[in-house]
Design a binder for this molecule. Sequence first.
Ligand SMILES: [Zn+2]
Length: 598
Amino acid sequence: MIPLKFNLQFLLITLTMLIVSTIVNAQSKISFDVSFTEPQAHYVDVEMLISGNKEDKLEIKMPVWTPGSYFIREFAKNVESLKASGNKEDELKVVKIDKNTWSINCKNNNKIKINYRVYAFEISVRTSFVDQSHAFLSPTGIFMYVKGQLSNSAIITIKPAKGWKHISTGLDKLNEVSNIFYASNFDELFDSPIEIGNQEIFEFLAAGVKHEVAMYGGGNYNKERLKTDMSKIVNEETAIFKTNPNKRYVFIVHNYNSGGGGLEHSNSTVLGATRFGYINEDTYTNFLSLVAHEYFHLWNVKRLRPIALGPFNYDSENYTTNLWIAEGFTAYYDNLILRRTNFHSPERYLDIIADEINLVENQPGNRIQAVSESSFDAWIKQYRPNENSKNSGISYYNKGALIALVMDLEIINATRGKKCLDDLMSTMYDEFYTVKGRGYTDLEFRTRAEKIVGKSFDQIYDDYVNGTKMINYSKILGYAGLELKVVSLEKTFFGVTTIAKEGKDLISNIARGSSAWIGGLNVNDELISIDDCRFTDTEKMLREKKIGDKIQVLVNRDGNLIQVEIKLIKDPSLRYQLMSVKSPTASQLVVRGKWLNF
Ligand SMILES: [Zn+2]
C-alpha cells in the first residue's frame, strides 16, 4: 500500500504534467495550403505547417476511414513524396512507422513544414477526385493530423487551379474575400468536404438557415423548383426536432451520367445525382428522398448519435450495434418526410413500405443475421459484400427502417395519435445532444422509447433487433387498419443469378435453400446447357417446368465439364401487399391519419 500523502503528491504532479502538456499541444498551430499543380493528373499538393512545436518527435497521421462510411479505406495509400523541413528549411528525418503514420525528428524546431501529394481519382461521395474541371476534397483522405492533437484548430488556404472560380464548403471563411478557411478542431475539418471549380451555386433560406446548393457536372435541374422542394423538406425535418442547429448549410451535388448515394456531415452533405434525371418524376423523387435522408442525418447521427460514433478514432474501426437507428431510422424518415410533404401520395407510400417488407422478408440472410449484428459487422460485411451476402446477412438500412415503422406505429397506437416516433427522436436529441453533450447507449435509447410508449419493448429487441424472427406485420399495421395480403408464388425455385462475362454466362449468386443450392451448383460455374439445350436465359428455359421436375445442368467449372441433376423445388418467396381493412375503426383511422399525415 502507498501512503496517502505520497499518493496525493504523485497525483498532483501527474495532473500538472497533463495540464502543461495539453497547453503545449494546444499552442502548436496547424495550417494547410492546398494547391493543384497537376489537376489533369489528379493530384492535390498539400503543405502542412506546424508552428509553436516543442516536441522532439511528432507523429503525423492520415485517417484510415471517413465517418458515415463504415469501412477501412486506407487513405494513406494515395499519399506520395512526403517530406518534412525545419526552422531553416533544412530537411528533417521522416520514418514511416505504420501504414498511416509518419514519425518526424523535429528536435529544436518550432516550425515544421510537411509537403506531400495525394492522388485523387476515385469518384464517390466519400473519396477525393481531381481533374481539370474540378476538385472534390473528401478531407479524411487529404489532411493529416498530429497524433494527440485532434483538438487543435486548423487554417486552410485553398489555391484553386487556373480557371476555377468557386469554393463550396461548410467551413467558415476567415474573412469574406479570401480563400482562407478555419476549422476549430480536426473533427470539424474532417467533417467538411470541399468542392472547388466552376460549380453552379444557388441559395435558399429555409428554417432560418441559409442553404447553398453547389451543382457540379450540369444537368436538367430546375433551380426554382429545387429551391421550393428542398425548402419543404428542410422545414418538415426541422419541425420534428423543433430546432435547426446550423446557420449555414451546404449541399454539394455531383451530377454524373448515372449517379446516386450521399454522405452526411454536420453542416453540409455530398450527394450523387443523375445529370439528366431531374425531369423524370421518379428519379426526381429519388433525388428528393436522398436530400431528405442526408439532411435528416444532421440531427440523427451527426448530433444525436450512438455513443461509439464520436469523438471518432480515425485510426481504426469504431464499432456500434446501433446503425439500425442511425441509418435505418433515417431511411424510414426519408420517405416518410416525402409523404408528409406530399411528394408521395399515401398509396405510393404504402407501396414503398410493402416493397421494403418484400425485400427484407424474402432475403434469406434476414433469418441468419440480426440487425444489431449487421451494424457491428458493417466494417467487414455491409461494406464488403460478396456472392453470399444475401444468404448470410441483412442490411441495417432496410431492416432498421422496418423497426422504425414498428416503433412509430406502437407509439402512435399507445398514445392514441398524440405522439409518434418524432417525439422519441426529439426527446433523445434534447437529452443527449443538447443537455448531456454525448452519444446514447443502446439501453438509453431503449428506455426512452419504452417511456414514450408506456410499455416494454422486450419483444421488439429480442425478436427484431437482436433476433431474426419475422416482424408481426399484421399486428403493427393492424393499428392503422391495414392488412398485409400475402401471396404464395406457385413457381419453381432454381435460385441462380448469372452475369455475362467475356461471352460466358457465369453464376454470380445462388440463393440459400434453392434447387441450385441443394444440387451443388457453384458461383463462377459457367452455365453451358440445360437439358441438352445451349444455355440462353434461366427464365425462358425453365418457364414450362413444374415443381418437382428434374433438369440436367451442364457447367464448366474451372475447365472441367460437370453434369448435375437438379430437382426443381417450390419457390418459398412470398409477395406482400398492403390493403386497408373494409371498415377501419375510429381508433385505427386516428393512427392512420397521424402516421400518413392526412
Ligand atoms: Zn444515411
